[in-house]
Ligand binder design. Structure first.
Ligand code: 5RP
Length: 226
């Protein structure tokens, strides 16, 4: 029986979008890890910016030059994974806890492309994943109170690997907020971002320009203007 590694196939397809000598963004996750490998194998000359420490290390190990994001104000094209993306190309990127840096790369990029297998493509965003808020520590109780007013159930992220809360690279906390459903992703994003203390949310609204969706029948591309 033929074996399918959808993430590998998707990463290979993504290679076709990269122009030599460009600055590219590479997010986090296993599909991006395959893409790093392929860029090295194909010897494509690019410079990389990344929100992910893991991807940065992988780039170094694959001989790719990584630039400091703070020195760059525009990126030609960026690739990332996600937890879920809908027909309007709005996405949830909650798992990694690095959404603030990922969203910055998305905003800086002329093209921001998600690489997914078809299980992640939905009609409208669901409540399968929490919406994550990166917040300043002092705002913890206040943000929890305000989130409850919006119908959310907040839980401060922690890990069994360390006592206490998970601290982001920016020295902030993460709150996982579950909602019964997400009827108005645009409104929700606006309301959550307007809470004082919230740095950014894992809802990516109007950021994604393309999605490469790989399934057993191949890869299709869905596009949207930024
Ligand atoms: C986490 C993300 C990651 O980019 C995503 O989970 C990576 O997925 P995969 O490992 O399937 O490429 O958005 O919030």
């Amino acid at each position: 029986m033929k074996e399918y590694n959808l993430k590998k196939i998707c990463a290979k397809e993504a290679l076709k979008q990269i122009k030599p000598n460009s600055i590219i963004g590479l997010g986090g996750g296993s599909t991006i890890a395959y893409l790093v490998q392929y860029i090295n194998e194909e010897n494509i000359n690019v410079k990389v910016v990344t929100p992910s420490i893991k991807t940065k290390a992988l780039c170094f190990n694959n001989g790719l030059e990584v630039l400091h994001t703070s020195l760059i104000d525009e990126i030609d094209i960026a690739f990332d994974g996600c937890d879920e993306v809908d027909e309007n190309l709005n996405a949830i990127k909650s798992g990694g806890g690095i959404h603030t840096k990922e969203k910055l790369i998305a905003s800086m990029s002329k093209e921001y492309i998600l690489l997914i297998d078809d299980s992640k493509y939905v009609n409208t965003l669901t409540n399968k994943y929490p919406i994550v808020l990166e917040i300043i520590e002092d705002s913890l109780s206040y943000v929890q109170k305000e989130v409850k007013k919006l119908g959310g159930n907040p839980e401060t992220r922690s890990s069994i690997a360390k006592d206490g809360y998970t601290i982001t690279e920016g020295g902030n906390l993460l709150i996982d907020v579950t909602f019964e459903d997400i009827q108005d992703a645009y409104g929700l994003e606006k309301n959550l971002k307007s809470i004082c203390g919230v740095i950014d949310t894992s809802l990516f609204i109007d950021k994604v320009t393309k999605v490469l969706i790989t399934g057993k029948d191949g890869t299709r591309i869905i596009s949207k203007n930024k």
